[in-house]
Structures are given as structure tokens and as C-alpha cells.
Design a protein around this ligand. Structure first.
Ligand SMILES: [Zn+2]
Length: 315
């Protein structure tokens, strides 16, 4: 183990930076030891004077390397369609923004609720969302919408998930083999149904707390909230709970595309995520968000299979 498991990552990062400063100083000093007069450092009689830089040069080998993070954005509860809908507003910002253009996300949709995917507008929106290269997966396949899967019998749940997949397949060529339980409610029975259907349950590492049960005022604290969410992510990396997938650590972030505040501030949220990672000393991949649909899906499936998140409870 490279650093104690209970030590916050920020400590590890600070240690890295300190080591880098020492190293940089020693590298700069090396020519003086090799070529300049020894008296320049005032230790003419020190027989070990020339050894120090060599010993310090080994420091980088001992410095823990934190794999870079890449944010995997997810949106629940939609689609929210129409010209003033939240989903199209979010899609426009994911495609075109100054932080990372061309972001691809996962949308966990309510496929049958009349105001979501159950109406013609919602179906057109699901079509547009996957045509833009995003992934769609089932949140709820019931006409009654946002019902906890734990409140359904295993056979009702299985039927609703199959029906939800059929609804998505009617609009999109591909259905991501993932599920996000409404209200984050799951138990052994629901997990067993997901497994039987070959669906990976994807929870999240960081939550924007933009679900409708939270007041609008939460959004005023969204920057400090995200900094503390990513502090948890740093701790999870420090304790090796989050592992890299293809060289980057996918960090699952959950939003609600039915929230019009989220929709109108999406670009700002992207910047907040990048800033919050930096504030926690966490290295970011380039690009810092998934822009490749298949890579995003692979990362999501690996994370779902692992079942370990920076968060251990969800709102
Ligand atoms: Zn939901």
C-alpha cells in the first residue's frame, strides 16, 4: 500500500507536491554539486555532500500516482420534452460548452409515464437523446412512473423493466443494460431481479441533490456541496475503493433532467465539477468528462458490477 488507507487523499496529494518541490530543488542543485565549488554550499568537509541529490532522486518512485478522474454524468426521471423542456436544454449544453464539448451521458428514463416517455413528445425526446449519442436506460417502466422498485413484487418489477426496455428500444437502437432504482431504493429481491434480467444497478459517487424533494435553496450551496462530494470521492480513491477503468477513474455524478434549475445551470455545473476536483487536489483526465458513448457505457457497466461507490448512502 502506498499510503495509509485512512489518510485523506488530499494529504497524499499535498505530500506528492511537497516531494515534487524537494525533488525540483535537488535537481536544480545537482550541477552545483557536480561542477561548482563545493564551498558554495558551505559544507566543504562533508563527505556525503554529493550523495544527497541521488537519494532524493528516488523520491518519485515512492510517490503515489493517482489515476486521473473522468466524470460520468447521469440524469434521472426524464425525459422532459418540448421546446422549453429541460432535457433538450441540457443536451445543448453537454454538446456545446467551454469546459468539455461533446459530453455523452446516461439518461435513466421513465418510459411509460404520460408526461415523460409515455407521450408522443417524450418518445420524440428519447429518440433525439440517443440520436445525439447519449445512452438510455430504465428508471421506471410503469405508467404510474416514479414508484420504488422495492414496492413491486419481483414479477411486477421484472415485467416493468422488460416493458421499459421495449419502450426505449422502440425509439433507440440500443438500450444500456443498466438500471437506476427510483428513490435509490433497492434490496436483495430487487437486485436479484436486476441480475436475472442482466441489468447492472448503477448508483452514484456524487449527487447534485437536485431531486425535487430538496428545496431550490440547496442549489445556492451547490459549489460547496460539490466540493464536499468530491472530498468523499478523494477518500474513496485513497482507500482504493474506486478503481480505474482503462486508465481513468470513472466518477458517477447524478442529476435530474426534470429539474429546470439544473437544466438552466448545466454549463455552470460542469465548471463546478472541474473546480471541485481541483480544490480537492484530484487529477482530471483529458477530457474530464466522457465524450465517447461506448467508453461511457463500459465504465458504467464496470462500476455497476463492482457495486462500490464513494457514497455509501443516497438521498
Ligand atoms: Zn428518480
Amino acid at each position: 500500500m502506498l499510503y495509509p488507507p485512512d489518510r485523506p487523499i488530499i494529504g497524499a496529494v499535498r505530500a506528492m507536491l511537497a516531494a515534487a518541490v524537494v525533488l525540483a530543488t535537488s535537481v536544480v542543485a545537482t550541477p552545483a554539486f557536480a561542477e561548482g565549488p563545493v564551498t558554495a554550499i558551505g559544507q566543504a568537509s562533508d563527505p556525503f555532500a554529493g550523495i544527497r541529490p541521488v537519494a532524493l532522486a528516488r523520491v518519485p518512485d515512492a510517490v503515489p500516482r493517482i489515476p486521473p478522474l473522468r466524470f460520468l454524468l447521469t440524469f434521472d426521471d426524464g425525459p422532459d420534452s418540448g421546446p422549453d423542456g429541460s432535457t433538450p436544454l441540457i443536451l445543448r449544453q453537454l454538446a456545446d460548452n467551454p469546459v468539455a464539448p461533446g459530453i455523452k451521458a446516461i439518461f435513466f428514463v421513465q418510459t411509460a409515464h404520460p408526461r415523460r416517455g409515455g407521450g408522443a413528445d417524450g418518445q420524440a425526446q428519447m429518440r433525439d437523446t440517443c440520436a445525439a449519442g447519449h445512452l438510455l436506460a430504465v428508471h421506471s417502466g410503469l405508467a404510474s412512473g416514479h414508484v420504488s422498485h422495492t414496492k413491486l413484487s419481483p414479477s411486477e418489477l421484472a415485467a416493468s423493466l422488460r416493458s421499459g426496455e421495449t419502450d426505449i428500444a422502440a425509439q433507440c437502437r440500443h438500450v444500456a443494460q443498466l438500471v437506476r432504482p427510483p428513490n435509490w431504493a433497492y434490496n436483495e429481491e430487487t437486485e436479484s431481479v436486476y441480475r436475472q434480467l442482466g441489468l447492472g444497478m448503477l448508483m452514484s459517487d456524487a449527487n447534485a441533490r437536485d431531486g425535487k424533494i430538496y428545496g431550490w435553496h440547496i442549489s445556492l450551496r451547490r459549489r460547496s456541496h460539490m466540493v464536499s462530494e468530491l472530498e468523499q470521492v478523494g477518500q474513496a480513491i485513497g482507500t482504493h475503493r474506486l478503481q480505474p477503468v482503462n486508465g481513468v477513474i470513472p466518477v458517477v455524478v447524478s442529476f435530474h433532467d426534470t429539474n429546470d434549475f439544473t437544466a438552466s445551470h448545466m454549463t455552470e455545473y460542469l465548471q463546478i465539477l472541474v473546480d471541485a476536483a481541483r480544490e480537492n487536489g484530484l487529477p482530471l483526465a483529458n477530457p474530464p468528462f466522457y465524450t465517447d458513448t461506448r467508453a461511457a457505457e463500459r465504465a458504467a457497466l464496470v462500476r455497476a458490477r463492482g457495486g462500490v461507490y464513494a457514497r455509501e448512502s443516497w438521498p
